[in-house]
Unconditional design. Structure first.
Length: 184
């Protein structure tokens, strides 16, 4: 992409109007607003078309916008309501889709951890970051926050590394396994 978000907003808004609020078009518009840090507008669009919690991707975008607006309790509620659904969906998927992207479950746990971190609830933040890594070992940001903010002990770091290493076997993730060993 060329990162022409104002253009994206203009055309996505027209698509939403022409499609009478088709879900994919609403998502594109809300996402464009979020990319330009217009989080309240994104929330308004998501709520206006009744898509804020209609699916996992909408729920995550809604929670992300709520977090950016400092509506932390509502963000946590949105995430909690969605995590059971996401965990069920994740159980049906093959572990590690192999495309190098972090899973939705890990992304939601990471966001939840960052909200707890903003609330200075370090134990719950650490629990969420650890859950994010267990959900997807490629979620480096969770590991970085755990280690950089000294949220887990040395013994817990070793335990976490032991749990992550089997998930990082293979030619595409071997380098990350080495990196994690150095980091922990």
């Amino acid at each position: 992409g060329k990162h022409l978000f104002e253009n994206a907003i203009f055309f996505a808004d027209k698509l939403v109007t022409l499609s009478h609020g088709e879900a994919d078009d609403v998502y594109r518009l809300a996402q464009a607003y979020a990319f330009t840090k217009q989080y309240r507008r994104a929330l308004h669009v998501l709520r206006q078309y009744g898509t804020a919690t209609s699916s996992t991707r909408f729920r995550y975008l809604t929670a992300k916008c709520l977090a950016e607006c400092q509506e932390l309790d509502e963000c946590l509620t949105t995430l909690d309501e969605g995590l059971q659904r996401v965990e069920t969906e994740a159980a049906a998927e093959l572990p590690g889709s192999g495309d190098g992207q972090v899973s939705m479950l890990a992304a939601m746990q990471l966001l939840k951890g960052s909200v707890y971190e903003q609330q200075e609830n370090w134990p719950l933040a650490a629990q969420c970051y650890t859950s994010a890594l267990h959900a997807d070992a490629m979620c480096y940001e969770a590991l970085d926050r755990l280690v950089s903010n000294h949220m887990i002990s040395t013994a817990e770091q070793r335990e976490l590394l032991a749990a992550l290493l089997p998930k990082l076997q293979g030619p595409t993730t071997e380098w990350l396994s080495t990196y994690y060993r150095c980091k922990l």
